[in-house]
Write a protein that binds this ligand. Structure first.
Ligand code: ASP
Length: 345
């Protein structure tokens, strides 16, 4: 039986048109696609149905409520389709893919996020190949996860990050091997794919107004500035630290400011500024001092995964300690736990 795939068009370069001020999102994608892809159900393509959002956006405009809109849209149609494709702008695609993975925990059908570097309407566009690949992966492979397919590579959505503004291979997952590659054949590395969960455990929750902040440490960051950004309304902080999780703990007041924020309920997650590798809070004194201040180690998570998981857990209305506890348990392959690493070493 030919698979049925639901395609959500949220915006992005994929369907943009030129304007006086640069590329802008456009409507009417279904018609534009007719000329560039075989019709649904023809020439080996699955049956797919395109749903264009009322207002396609440049993904630089995306907000947590947009992640929730897509997750709720997929959940509402979950039983009616065999797989899902989300057409999205590349700029914040990795955030949306991560957020979807947490909202759609326990997913038993493929959700593949894709987009393009060159609009469909332009010569040399990568849009048709990316969409065709995403559709075929969603239709033919029992992937129980949110994947990001782009430029021939299928990546775990919550491990992916945008690495190039110009290359067709715009994404990578530096801390996790690709789940598959598309050349003449579609090759999925089954060993890398998450096991099929027994049942869905979706946690669809509208984002609350709780503030989450991403802060990259840098030489010159003063304690006074840190105090100002950690305003009383901040509920979560992703701290992008140096190397294996280090910070300027010798700076008078630095650790105390973080410790005070933790004590008043701010959940602080430590991820590395390095694309590859993990935070090891106990490796250096500069890292263990952060851990002692209540900062939670984010293992080898991407910034996108750490930020979206923090939004997700805070939106559930959990107490700070419960958020910290859940952050230590992988939801859907977003980090490699040290135990798992030891087992494969
Ligand atoms: N600014 C665009 C977006 O993220 C870039 C793209 O889609 O490639 O929507």
């Amino acid at each position: 039986m030919t698979a049925r795939i639901y395609v959500a068009y949220t915006g992005g370069t994929f369907g943009m048109k030129p304007s006086a001020g640069g590329f802008v999102p456009d409507r009417g994608l279904a018609q534009a696609l007719q000329a560039r892809l075989p019709a649904p159900g023809q020439d080996g393509m699955p049956h797919w149905e395109l749903h264009e959002y009322a207002q396609p956006i440049d993904s630089a405009e995306a907000q947590p409520r947009d992640w929730h809109t897509v997750a709720a849209d997929i959940a509402a149609r979950y039983d009616a389709y065999d797989g899902f494709v989300v057409i999205h702008g590349t700029d914040t695609m990795a955030y949306t893919a991560s957020a979807l993975s947490f909202a759609l925990a326990g997913l038993r059908k493929p959700v593949i996020v894709t987009g393009a570097q060159i609009p469909l309407a332009m010569p040399r566009s990568d849009a048709p190949a990316n969409l065709a690949g995403a559709l075929l992966i969603a239709a033919q492979h029992p992937l129980p996860e949110v994947g990001l397919y782009f430029g021939g590579k299928l990546l775990r959505g919550n491990r992916a990050t945008k690495v190039s503004t110009a290359d067709f291979e715009a994404f990578d997952s530096p801390n996790h091997p690709p789940l598959g590659r598309v050349g003449i054949d579609i090759e999925i590395d089954r060993q890398r794919v998450l096991p099929m969960p027994a049942r869905e455990a979706f946690e669809l929750v509208a984002p609350t107004a709780r503030e989450v902040l991403l802060l990259r440490l840098h030489p010159g960051l003063t304690v006074a500035l840190l105090e100002r950004v950690l305003a009383p309304t901040v509920a979560g902080l992703v701290l992008q630290s140096y190397g294996a999780g280090n910070g300027p703990v010798g700076l008078p007041g630095f650790v105390a400011t973080l410790a005070a924020a933790s004590a008043r309920g701010v959940v602080i997650v430590n991820v590395s500024q390095c694309a590859r590798g993990r935070v090891e809070p106990s490796l250096y004194a500069t890292g263990s001092a952060l851990a002692a201040a209540g900062v939670v180690g984010g293992h080898d998570m991407t910034v996108e995964a750490a930020l979206t998981r923090l939004y997700h857990l805070l939106s559930l209305g959990l107490a700070a300690d419960e958020v910290r506890r859940r952050l230590q348990q992988p939801c859907c392959g977003e980090f490699t736990s040290p135990q798992a690493e030891e087992a494969t070493a």
